[in-house]
Design a protein around this ligand. Structure first.
Ligand code: G3I
Length: 315
């Protein structure tokens, strides 16, 4: 059996991010990818520095390859990410644009990409990491140029380009009960009241075996979002094990425990629809020195993989 087969019975999207370069080279990578997962998130290829490198030039080549690969294997695609502050090309940051010009640039960026993938990308991380952990707005390029309304404008523009796509706000340290998750909850509650199109929140959940997530707080947070008719996707799960910890066998059991706890928490929430990891093999993780994923560098399943299988096998 496989995660993909078992997840189907639970109506759960289970997936991984796809780093553009490794998959095209490795048979083993591709084999596990479409045996075990039904959803992928494009890790980097749709980020502005890659997809919109010059004002009048969009480069869809990498992301088209990945989107087509996914649909060839009946996998759903999450688009990542339309608005972020990392990796902005200099034609944006050094453009000295007026507020109106910046709005026009961002609107075109969003609508060119969302319409290009209309019907192929079912969910978008529209805005990524807009708040500090204390709940205040990050003073990023878009905030400085447009003001806090850049967030709602991004959702409205994305919805105009593809009314069928699910639109997510994505962040980290936003899964539990804290100033950031409260601010996000307030923002979404306000958006809902004013008819701003938003459908879900992404909990990135980059964590570690010595940062056990507060499962009760996560369940409570998922519940209050469900009351707003908002979905939750676990979007970027990885569980770091540092070099010292990796010397002990129990580290891998602790890692498995956390993956399992979060899957159980997602399965028991009415509105948690996706369980996406930020890669699946330690061979290609953004955190390669922390062995954070469910397959090791040689594509052998780790205890965490077996734990997910066991949980999905329970009725
Ligand atoms: O592909 C190029 C390669 O050709 C070049 O030789 C190399 C050195 O410059 O860079 C390679 O691109 C790198 C890319 O990862 C692929 O490995 C970029 O420099 C590097 O900036 C990029 O980092 C990504 C990072 O986001 C910044 O975009 C990570 O892979 C990616 O895992 C990470 O993911 C983020 C999410 O998007 C948002 N949430 C946090 C998460 C972790 O930071």
């Amino acid at each position: 059996t496989s995660l993909r087969e078992l997840a189907k019975k639970k109506n759960l999207l289970i997936g991984t991010s796809l780093r553009h370069w490794p998959f095209t080279r490795e048979h083993k990578y591709r084999e596990i990818l479409y045996r075990e997962f039904n959803t992928i998130t494009i890790e980097n290829a749709m980020k502005i520095e890659n997809i919109h490198p010059q004002p009048d030039h969009y480069n869809f080549s990498e992301s088209d390859l990945l989107v087509d690969f996914a649909s060839d294997h009946q996998m759903k695609v999450r688009g990542h990410t339309l608005v972020w502050d990392k990796g902005l090309p200099t034609w944006i940051t050094e453009g000295k644009y007026s507020k109106e010009e910046t709005k026009r640039i961002l609107k075109e960026h969003i609508q060119m990409i969302v319409s290009h993938y209309k019907g192929k990308v079912f969910a978008w991380d529209v805005v990524n990491e807009a708040f500090h952990d204390d709940g205040t707005y990050r003073d990023n390029f878009w905030f400085r140029s447009i003001g806090p309304e850049y967030i709602e404008l991004a959702f409205r523009w994305a919805h105009e380009a593809d009314p069928d796509a699910l639109l997510f706000y994505n962040d980290y340290n936003n899964e539990g009960s804290n100033a950031k998750s409260d601010t996000i909850y307030q923002m979404i509650s306000d958006f809902k009241k004013r008819g701003v199109p938003i459908h879900g929140v992404g909990f990135q959940l980059h964590t570690a075996i010595d940062q056990k997530p507060d499962l009760k707080a996560i369940s409570k947070n998922m519940k209050r979002l469900a009351d707003l008719n908002i979905q939750v996707h676990i979007t970027e799960l990885d569980v770091k094990v540092n070099k010292k910890q990796a010397a002990t066998k129990e580290a891998w059991d602790q890692q498995a425990e956390i993956y399992g706890d979060l899957l159980k928490t997602c399965l028991s929430a009415s509105n948690c629809k996706a369980f996406i990891m930020w890669g699946f093999t330690d061979r290609h993780s953004w955190l390669e020195e922390y062995s954070p994923l469910i397959f090791d560098k040689n594509y052998n399943p780790k205890p965490a993989y077996q734990k997910l299988i066991d949980i999905l096998s329970q009725s």
